[in-house]
Write a protein that binds this ligand. Structure first.
Ligand code: JD8
Length: 262
C-alpha cells in the first residue's frame, strides 16, 4: 500500500517511522510519504489560505494549491487511489471503514487546518471519478486533520496482512465484524496484586468456561458503555447464552436486532 499525506506540518508524521509502522515500511508492506502543501505555492509567502467567501471568522484553505498538489500525487498513482479528508463535519470513521480501506492500493490523506478546506476540493475530485472520503474521528474539535489522519492511518494499516506479528491479535478486537462488542477486560500475572485478584475463572484452565466468561463480560460491558452496539447485533446470529444474558439485561430479542425494553 502506498500512502501519501499532505499537510502544512509534514514533520508531524515523523512519528510514523516508529514501532510497527516503521517495521511495515522496512518490510515493504507500506510506503508512507508526507508532503508539505506549501511546496505547491508560488508566492513568496507560501500562502495556502484566504478569507471565507460570504464573510465569517478565520481562514479557509485555497483550492488552487490543493489542486496542484493532489494532481501531482494522483498523476504518480500506484493503482486505484482513495483520497481521504479528515473533517469534523463528516460521517464517523469506523472499524468497518478501516477494514475496507486496508485493501486499498493507494491512500492520499489531505490534512486541513484553519477553518478547513474549500468544499470544492473534494467535489472536484469526486467529479473526476476519484474515490473521495471525508471522515470525522469523533465528536470533538481538533485544530487540524493531522491527528485524525494518523489515527485513521494506524487503524487501517494494522489490518494489512503481515503487518501485525500475530494475526490472531486482531480477530477478537472491539468493533470488529458484524456483531461487534467491546472487548472483555484483560489481566496478566501476578494473580494477586495490591490486594486485587484476577477473576478466578481465568485461572481454571477450562477454556470453554473462560471463553463463556469473556463473552458474557463483553456483552455486559457493551450493554453498560455502548448500548448502541447491542442494538446493532443480529439476534439470529447470537447463541442461546447470549440471548439469555441480553434478556436478563432488559433487551427485547423478538426482532432482527435487540431493542431496549422501556
Ligand atoms: C480537519 C481544520 C480545525 C475545525 C474550526 C478548529 C476530524 N474529529 C475531528 N475533530 N476535528 C477534526 C478536524 C479539524 C480540522 C480539520 C479535521 C481542518 N480543522 C477546524 C472546524 C472548526 N477549526 C476532526 N477528522
Amino acid at each position: 500500500m502506498k500512502i501519501d499525506i499532505v499537510s502544512v506540518f509534514p514533520e508531524f508524521f515523523d512519528v510514523l517511522r516508529l514501532s510497527l509502522l516503521g517495521k511495515a515500511q522496512d518490510k515493504g508492506l507500506i510506503s508512507i510519504a508526507a508532503h508539505d502543501l506549501r511546496d505547491w505555492t508560488h508566492d513568496v509567502h507560501h500562502c495556502v489560505d484566504d478569507t471565507p467567501v460570504g464573510g465569517g471568522a478565520g481562514m479557509v484553505m485555497k483550492p488552487e494549491v490543493w489542486g496542484e498538489c493532489l494532481d501531482d500525487l494522483l498523476r504518480a498513482d500506484a493503482g486505484r487511489p482513495t483520497l481521504i479528508f479528515p473533517n469534523p463535519s463528516a460521517p464517523l470513521f469506523t472499524q468497518s471503514d478501516a477494514t475496507e480501506l486496508s485493501g486499498a492500493d493507494h491512500l492520499i490523506f489531505g490534512c486541513g487546518r484553519y477553518e478547513g478546506y474549500d468544499a470544492r476540493i473534494p467535489e472536484h475530485y469526486r467529479a473526476c471519478g476519484i474515490d473521495v472520503r471525508e471522515y470525522s474521528i469523533g465528536d470533538y474539535v481538533l485544530n487540524g486533520g493531522e491527528v485524525a489522519a494518523a489515527a485513521m492511518l494506524e487503524a487501517i494499516t494494522r489490518l494489512i496482512p503481515g503487518f501485525m506479528g500475530n494475526p490472531e491479535s486482531i480477530v477478537e478486537e472491539s468493533y470488529t465484524g458484524r456483531n461487534a462488542l467491546l472487548e472483555h477486560r484483560q489481566y496478566t500475572k501476578p494473580a494477586q496484586w495490591r490486594g486485587l485478584d484476577v477473576p478466578t475463572i481465568l485461572l481454571s484452565g477450562d477454556h470453554g468456561k473462560v471463553d463463556r466468561y469473556r463473552r458474557d463480560e463483553a456483552m455486559r460491558r457493551t450493554d453498560r458503555i455502548r448500548p448502541d452496539l447491542i442494538g446493532r447485533l443480529v439476534c439470529s446470529e447470537l447463541d442461546k447464552a447470549d440471548l439469555a444474558l441480553l434478556g436478563s439485561l432488559g433487551w427485547d430479542l423478538s426482532g432482527e436486532h435487540p431493542t431496549r425494553i422501556e
